[in-house]
Design a protein around this ligand. Structure first.
Ligand code: SF4
Length: 457
């Protein structure tokens, strides 16, 4: 998709839009959805044959990276981890009572925070608790962990390997010293290189790097230098995110001097150069932010329109029911989203009272489920076939979505998409604007999206 992108058109037509990791988006989650709602949804889901995708949130970080938009608890207190494990155990026991935990798990992911802030023994203990409850991991399950290269030891790697981890994702962000100082995250190429070498030594076959463009002091040249170093370390996949500066939502972002941020024109140049350089190096763009080698299963799945995204990222597996475990984590079924408390005290209180720690969520109507399928279909594969949707929901796509297709005419006239009798196709530039195309199908969106959602560039 990276060939022939018209970057001027991309900038001209891009608007603030949700990233659509869920539909409806998280701003629609309500507190009327509670632990009783979630338990009922879990029971219902047991009657489906959906496989499970397990997500466990390990929320602690030793210090703040100023660009970070994650839900994080900053601490240097070691004892907080033991306490957290104690509460994870309670949550897992409640899940065991609320659902059939012997269903097959095809994905397991440790996210954070900094999962590797937990030492080897602590990681082993958390994995043991989860495997003690969810007993049926598929032989070829995708088992992954986010790794901060600054906190990653041989002992931790050994525990991950023993427990079947086969994918690691490293937070790299940028290698430029000045940028690193401004974002409060210092890590040398050597630290990252040693971490990768360790992963490879233990036979990890899939290594992903997260990078960010749009950070303070970044220039075309500095980011080109970073990319040069990155490809030298030979990751299998790359996620390159656009930094969304939202200081009104994230306090730590207020520590970033806005005058040092690259302007939109500079960011666009960085993006252009990045796509071109990575393509030269054999990394193909598979979605807005993701790149993979041509031989990678993600690229092959995209070619067959079989790519799916969930809260854990892209996967080649079909839809699975996500069970979020831990502070702030989000669970997803066919017809609901359920999010745990973000506040540690509330999280612990619920568990002390014997309740699943659900803060809010949403039950999807049949209409929501249909629109979710359309929006996710577009977001996942940058195109959409009508046939599967028509069969599943008993509708005639062109009739049911006549107004939406009419709204998309504007994009069609610009050559960004093509609406055929049976599909919506995107041009390479249209693919870059997929969030804007998908939002046409979103009935929840208010007119003012500028503050709630980040800009595409
Ligand atoms: S980027 Fe990672 S290490 Fe840094 S604050 Fe966010 S979660 Fe923690």
């Amino acid at each position: 998709m990276s060939q022939n992108i018209d970057f001027n058109a991309f900038v001209k037509y891009s608007k603030s839009a949700p990233r659509y990791t869920s539909y409806p988006t998280a701003v629609e989650f309500r507190e009327s959805w509670n632990d009783a709602s979630y338990k009922e949804a879990l029971k219902e889901a047991d009657s489906t044959s959906l496989p499970l995708s397990l997500y466990t949130h390990l929320p602690f970080c030793r210090s703040a990276c100023y660009f970070c938009g994650c839900n994080v608890v900053y601490t240097s207190k070691e004892e907080k981890k033991e306490r957290y494990i104690h509460y994870l155990k309670k949550e897992l026991a409640l899940l065991k009572d609320s659902m059939d935990t012997s269903r097959e798990a095809v994905q397991f992911h440790f996210g954070g925070g900094t999962p590797t802030f937990f030492n080897a023994r602590e990681l082993e203990s958390v994995i043991g608790l989860i495997r003690g409850v969810f007993t049926n991991f598929a032989k070829n399950a995708e088992i992954s962990c986010e790794v901060d290269p600054r906190f990653f030891s041989r002992e931790q790697m050994a525990v991950l390997k023993e427990n079947g981890f086969n994918r690691l994702s490293f937070g790299v962000q940028d290698f430029d010293q000045r940028v690193q100082e401004a974002i409060h995250r210092i890590q040398s190429v050597e630290i990252v290189s040693n971490a990768i070498a360790l992963a490879r030594e233990f036979g990890i076959e899939s290594v992903n790097f997260d990078l960010i463009y749009g950070l303070p002091y970044q220039s075309e040249q500095s980011f080109a230098d970073t990319l040069q170093k990155v490809v030298g370390l030979k990751p299998d996949r790359l996620a390159i995110f656009n930094y969304a500066h939202l200081p009104w939502m994230k306090k730590t972002m207020r520590k970033i001097d806005e005058t040092t941020l690259p302007n939109p024109a500079q960011k666009l140049e960085i993006l252009k150069n990045t796509i071109a350089f990575l393509q030269e190096q054999g990394y193909m763009m598979i979605g807005m932010d993701h790149f993979a080698k041509k031989s990678d299963e993600l690229y092959l799945a995209k070619a067959k329109n079989e790519l799916r995204r969930n809260f854990q990222g892209y996967t080649t597996r079909g839809f699975s029911q996500t069970i979020g475990i831990g502070l702030t984590s989000i669970s997803e079924g066919l017809g609901y989203y359920s999010q745990n408390y973000k506040d540690m005290q509330e999280y612990e209180k619920a568990l002390d009272e014997g309740r699943l720690p659900v803060e809010r969520g949403v039950k999807l109507s049949e209409k929501d489920i249909l629109r979710k399928e359309v929006i996710m279909g577009l977001m996942n594969n940058l195109r959409l076939d009508f046939e599967g949707i028509e069969k599943r929901f008993g509708i005639e796509f062109r009739v049911y979505f006549a107004n939406e297709l009419e709204s998309l005419r504007e994009y069609e006239e610009l050559g960004l998409i093509q609406i055929t009798p049976s599909s919506i196709e995107t041009s390479p530039t249209g693919g870059m604007l997929i969030r804007n195309i998908a939002m046409v199908f979103d009935t929840y969106l208010q007119n003012d999206t500028t503050k709630r959602f980040s800009k595409t560039i």
